[in-house]
Design a protein around this ligand. Structure first.
Ligand code: GLV
Ligand code: MG
Length: 335
């Protein structure tokens, strides 16, 4: 199936044309910054050189009395900092909040041409994406924005997970989707107090073997949702991302959680702390040994068909396609 982007025709007169020609970008980490913080803002230029995406966060974690400053700070940052090839995103407030309309209208009016993606929180169904889509079409046309602004949904309510396929296909503006494990845990009534990651009580016990103590194997709390999100996204040609990992002191657990998501098809995760930038860079860039093996497969089957043995393992058309995913990503990392 072709990406729905290929069939897009803008509705608003004067709105920007082609979504299909947007470049494929490396987005291993979406790095969150609080734009109301003057010290952070002063260093954003330096930061931009180290990350794939800088996101100015206006939603949760910004206190209500700082919402206006965060929006103004983001606009100032977008006007004054040279982001080069680094993506510039913002996470706006949710659609039923008192701040969101001004977030959208002021940001598109002032810096619409600088903005790549709007992250939309708490998306419950395609109707939320349609609302933002139409509003953006009007504002892009009114302000002469030349490059279409894309939409990235956060999957963080039980209703959203139920409607994930329709959300992914809701608009040709859809860039992708991130798992929002903290809000999703609350929405589902999970008995946790964490931002992403596992839980020591979510485990299975190994079978009893005489009197030996039984090992407990911790499970991935997010496996089901990540798998569902990846299928919804890949089936319409958009990208899936793991979201935040809140325990900054546990780099190993963060890396393991990101790696599960990478292996399952995600292309990146959020970095909320500087230490998570390198973790995401490492995890979401393919391993050189894997790349070397994948290249062997491509070389052994130049037209992508047939069956060959490499290092004792059977390869065929399907492993050729897997190898191509890894080699294509390695090329993007190297470019
Ligand atoms: C992110 O927004 C989350 O709720 O995990
Ligand atoms: Mg959230």
């Amino acid at each position: 199936m072709k990406s729905p982007r290929a069939f897009f025709k803008p509705l608003a007169i004067g709105a920007p044309e082609p979504y299909r020609d947007l470049p494929v970008r490396l987005e291993r980490m979406i790095h969150f910054v609080p734009p109301h913080n003057d010290k952070v803002r002063a260093k954003v230029g330096e930061l931009a050189a180290k990350v794939d995406v800088v996101l100015g966060n206006l939603e949760d974690a910004v206190p209500a009395d700082q919402k206006l400053n965060a929006r103004r700070g983001f606009i100032e940052m977008a006007k004054t900092v040279d982001f080069g090839s680094t993506g510039l995103w913002t996470r706006i407030n949710c659609l039923n909040s008192p701040w969101v309309l001004d977030d959208i209208t002021e940001i598109v009016a002032e810096v619409g041409d600088k903005l790549d993606v709007i992250m939309l929180p708490k998306v419950e169904g395609p109707w939320d994406v349609h609302y933002l889509d139409q509003l953006l079409a009007q504002l892009e046309a009114r302000h002469g924005v030349k490059k279409p602004i894309l939409i990235h949904a956060i999957l963080e309510t039980a209703e959203g997970v139920k409607n994930v396929d329709q959300i992914a296909a809701a608009s040709p503006r859809m860039h992708g989707m991130s798992l929002g494990p903290a809000d999703l845990a609350a929405s589902r009534g999970m008995k946790t107090t964490r931002v992403g990651g596992g839980h020591p009580d979510y485990a299975v016990l190994a079978d009893a073997a005489g009197d030996a103590p039984r090992a407990a194997f911790q499970q991935d709390l997010w496996h089901y949702t990540v798998a569902k999100m990846v299928d919804a996204c890949q089936s319409v040609g958009i990208k899936a991302f793991y979201g935040p990992f809140g325990d900054f002191s546990d780099a190993a657990a963060c890396e393991a959680q990101f790696r599960n998501a990478f292996l399952m098809g995600c292309l990146g995760a959020w970095s909320l702390h500087p230490t998570q930038i390198d973790i995401a860079k490492r995890v979401f860039s393919p391993d050189p040994n894997e790349v070397a093996f994948a290249k062997k497969i491509l070389d052994a089957m130049p037209d992508g068909t047939g069956a060959v043995m490499i290092d004792g393992k059977m390869q065929d058309d399907a492993t050729w396609k897997q190898a191509k995913v890894i080699v294509d990503l390695a090329k993007l990392v190297a470019s």
